[in-house]
Design a protein around this ligand. Structure first.
Ligand SMILES: Cc1cc2nc3c(=O)[nH]c(=O)nc-3n(C[C@H](O)[C@H](O)[C@H](O)COP(=O)(O)OP(=O)(O)OC[C@H]3O[C@@H](n4cnc5c(N)ncnc54)[C@H](O)[C@@H]3O)c2cc1C
Length: 421
């Protein structure tokens, strides 16, 4: 199952640096869309295959509705609005409880998305902010486009299952790191940058404690072709990306349907860990390495079903089409980790996406290069993303380790029978 869509948002509570970086990334997302559209004529065959067919775009500014659970906004929402005001972009936001905003939304063509789930009519309460500058990226098309640009710039990709799979990074044998691949070949390198997502701590066990591999729970619903009413209702033109109860104990989200009629719904309240043996340590690693996992833990399925029942009730009769786990790399503070690895000459790490990294695809390289060129101390992001430790009692759940309650092995996994509403 392809992980199709990722949210592009600018709402970051008090973390204005991420808000700014996301805004800068959005400019490039927009340029990418334009460039792809401009190639759609005579140069269409130059485009990666997935962009030759279907919708030729990598990001869709369909809007992003941040819904509170009850009648109050959480602090993070108010912080976001303050920071948007500070940056002069408050006019892109519409509060459902502000008459002026509601009127502005309706005049600018966003009114129909402000209460997309008709919560006011059904529950008598709807507290939300619609961000008209946000939306989603079609992740597999964005990856194909980024790969196309990188190839044009001279990057060589080795995607072979053994030739391209790193099994060890040895920094003890010579002054230069030696990378071993699964085909048994060794490669001497001047610089090795480990950007292995959920597999990073498995390759650099010393990063365990600073980062942790966790799984998010995802479900999809396939709209039947004949249900034109639902295709229309849940199209990006009519329906925004939605998060619900982000910091209020619900933490679920959904996307409008994609071009194939698939609606993705995610549950982020609990991220699951999966411990295994790596270099004599117990480290959380993606379970997909050991077995293909399509079931999700029962509490996650319940959270997803609750979200659908309350907010997307028209979809209940269809039932779910799939569930699966998707692997994150969380850091101790949800901020990225981009730095040279201590005591490993010539090895750098680039990870810690913490569930919000994808939107930065067009812009991250700009900051990573500065850090790799040794200028990290002079940049805001270089300082934020340093290799670091923390003694805080709460470290984004990393303090729980294998004894914690989120370990996958301890969960009752939901099965297909549980998909029924
Ligand atoms: C459920 C879920 C929802 C998310 N939603 C959003 C969202 O809405 N918006 C957003 O911005 N972000 C989102 N994210 C986060 C985003 O997907 C990540 O931050 C981003 O993908 C991290 O990129 P990465 O390159 O660090 O790691 P990855 O994308 O995981 O890439 C790691 C790469 O390393 C390769 N690799 C691994 N091991 C080896 C090896 N031994 N040898 C060679 N190659 C190897 C893998 O094949 C993979 O290609 C979400 C993540 C999850 C799990």
């Amino acid at each position: 199952m392809l992980e199709v869509n990722k949210i592009i948002r600018f709402s970051y509570g008090s973390e204005i640096e991420y808000q700014r970086l996301a805004s800068q990334a959005a400019e490039i997302w927009g340029e990418w869309n334009q460039e792809i559209a401009s190639m759609a004529g005579e140069r269409v065959e130059e485009l990666p295959g997935v962009l030759q067919r279907g919708e030729r775009m990598v990001w869709n500014k369909c809007g992003f509705l941040r819904m509170a659970v009850g009648s109050e906004f959480p602090d993070i929402e108010l912080d976001t609005l303050r920071n948007m005001e500070k940056e002069g972009i408050r006019d892109t936001q519409f509060r459902s409880d502000d008459d002026i905003d509601v009127e502005r939304a309706s005049k600018s063509g966003w009114g129909h998305k402000l209460d997309a789930c008709r919560r006011q009519e059904r529950f008598g309460v709807h507290k939300a902010v619609l961000d008209s500058s946000a939306g989603f990226t079609v992740a597999y098309k964005a990856c194909a486009w980024a790969q196309y640009l990188a190839r044009k710039a001279g990057v060589e990709f080795i995607l072979h299952p053994t030739k391209g799979k790193v099994t060890n990074i040895d920094t003890t044998a010579t002054e230069k790191p030696i990378v071993q691949t699964a085909d048994g070949v060794t490669h001497e390198a001047d610089l090795v940058v480990v950007a292995g997502g959920g597999w990073t701590a498995g390759l650099l066990p010393e990063a365990d404690g600073l980062i942790e591999t966790t799984a998010g729970s995802v479900a999809t619903i396939q709209l039947p072709k004949e249900r034109l009413d639902l295709w229309e209702r849940f199209s990006p033109e009519n329906f925004p990306v939605i998060t619900w109860g982000f910091s209020e104990g619900k933490d679920a989200y959904s996307f409008p349907r994609d071009e194939n009629g698939v609606i993705k719904i995610g549950f982020r309240k609990t991220k699951w860990t999966n411990y295994g043996d790596v270099a004599g340590k117990r480290i959380s690693v993606p379970r997909a390495v050991q077995s293909k996992e399509t079931d999700i833990p029962a509490p996650a399925l319940e959270g997803i079903k609750e979200y659908i029942s309350l907010n997307l009730p028209e979809l209940v009769e269809l039932g779910l089409s799939s569930t699966f786990l998707c692997w994150y790399t969380d850091s101790i503070d949800n901020s990225f980790v981009v730095d040279f690895v201590p005591n490993r000459s010539g090895v750098a790490i680039c990870t810690g996406g913490s569930g919000h990294g994808f939107k930065f695809l067009p812009i991250l390289g700009r900051e990573v290069v500065k850090i790799l060129e040794g200028k990290g101390d002079q940049t805001v992001y270089g300082q934020m993303w340093k290799w670091r430790t923390s003694t805080a009692t709460k470290r984004n759940g990393l303090e729980e380790g294998e004894e914690g309650p989120r370990v996958l092995e301890k969960q009752k996994m939901a099965s297909r029978e549980d998909w029924v509403f």
